[in-house]
Design a protein around this ligand. Structure first.
Ligand code: ADP
Length: 372
């Protein structure tokens, strides 16, 4: 079977690593031939995943295509799907998720709990709706990794809003941020992973580390799982999805957003779950039985980001010390150049003891640095 991946980042790299367990010929489409996924595929094709003709020509002789980033040409995927290529997630699901306005309207239409919102087409409409603040302004298309999101606390911050079609969401009083990875095959069978909890640095407001399974009450867990299942059921698309959720101060669970692909919040499933998110997606694409998503052991993840003041050839300071720690798994993405905040790798820690997971995560954060 010939399977193509649109995008060649670290998620593609890890997906390709998992493909080594199956008989599959892999193809990657990506503009940068030095991308993390390039050394792990059978065929690398240089090209723009947003361009219609490039995506169509890449896909027309393949059996199946998946994505590792949403920013792809959906029209080309739609045509390929009509011609019989398996596209997971389906182009129609991708179209809903790719645009934050369409995504929020999808939740509303299907009565999936999410924060209240209005749509603003431009800066003028944003100002007209100033009474809606405090709110979060999210650009409809083209914003990734926090670049398309602005917190608008009051009218003094209104200038930070987008002069383009966007969603203005009520600010949620967040108690916890959790994520659930959920997979569905072509027979509509589902596999749901235990939730992961994101622990943020309260001062810097960046993700400090992640812990899984999240410790939640049975009621919250059930509400979260019900939302995750409903999202995938209504999207009606085979594939693997990450559902990002908020638990607010009243313990209400709301969906924040969905990613229709393998996700950062599922890195730990390589070591800590019976079937990793990457293996799960291959099983779905190759029409094999679903795997077991349960946790073998609790885990935490620390993301390795390029140090703030360093750009250039990456140096991994403290790597020897971290590799000496027990039950710690280092994943470097093979990026030659580091930049402030660039995702350069992650470290997974496993332990039956949650306190040890937290202590080791903090120790690793302070020990392992990507400098230049
Ligand atoms: P991105 O797609 O760039 O990751 P998100 O929609 O996940 O953007 O938002 C990034 C972060 O902003 C979230 O993790 C959360 O901390 C905060 N955030 C997003 N929406 C809201 C909201 N409605 N209320 C409060 N905080 C929010």
């Amino acid at each position: 079977m010939k399977v193509g991946i649109l995008g060649g980042g670290q998620l593609g790299r890890m997906l390709l690593q998992a493909s080594a367990n199956y008989v599959v010929e892999t193809y990657v489409l990506e503009n940068d031939e030095n991308c993390p996924a390039a050394p792990f595929c059978h065929y690398f094709i240089k090209g723009d995943i947003r361009d219609y003709a490039t995506v169509y020509n890449f896909g027309k002789n393949l059996n199946a295509i998946t994505i590792e980033i949403e920013n792809v040409n959906v029209d080309a995927l739609e045509k390929l799907e009509k011609e019989g290529v398996i596209i997971y997630p389906t182009p129609s699901a991708l179209r809903i998720i790719k645009n934050k306005i369409a995504q929020k309207e999808f939740y509303k239409k299907n009565e999936i709990p999410t924060s209240n919102f209005i749509v603003t087409q431009n800066a003028h409409q944003l100002i007209e709706n100033i009474h809606f603040l405090p709110a979060v302004h999210k650009i409809g298309e083209g914003g990734y990794d926090g670049k398309g999101v602005q917190l608008l606390l009051d009218k003094t911050s209104i200038d930070k809003g987008f002069d383009a079609p966007a969603v203005l969401e009520k600010m949620v009083s967040i108690k916890k941020e959790i994520a659930i990875i959920i997979a569905m095959n072509s027979q509509k069978q589902m596999a749901i992973y235990p939730p992961a909890e994101m622990i943020f640095d309260p001062e810097l407001n960046v993700l400090n580390y992640q812990i899984s399974p999240a410790i939640l009450s049975e009621t919250i867990l059930q509400a979260a799982e019900t939302i995750a299942k409903k999202v995938v059921q209504e999207l009606a698309s085979p594939g693997l999805f990450a559902i990002e959720l908020f638990v607010d101060e009243n313990n209400t669970v709301l969906v924040n957003e969905t990613a229709p692909r393998v996700h950062n919040s599922g890195h730990h499933t390589i070591e800590a779950n019976y079937c990793s998110q990457y293996d799960m997606l291959w099983r779905i694409i190759l029409q094999y039985p679903l795997g077991n998503p349960k946790a073998i052991i609790p885990s935490s993840i620390v993301n390795l980001l390029g140090a703030d003041d360093k750009s250039g050839i990456a140096i991994y300071e403290g790597l020897h010390d971290v590799l000496q720690m027990d039950n710690v798994f280092v994943h470097l993405y093979g990026k030659t150049i580091t930049k402030p905040g660039r995702k350069m790798g992650h470290v997974t820690i496993v332990s039956h003891n949650y306190e040890e997971l937290t202590l080791k995560a903090n120790k690793i954060k302070h020990t392992l640095k990507v400098i230049a």
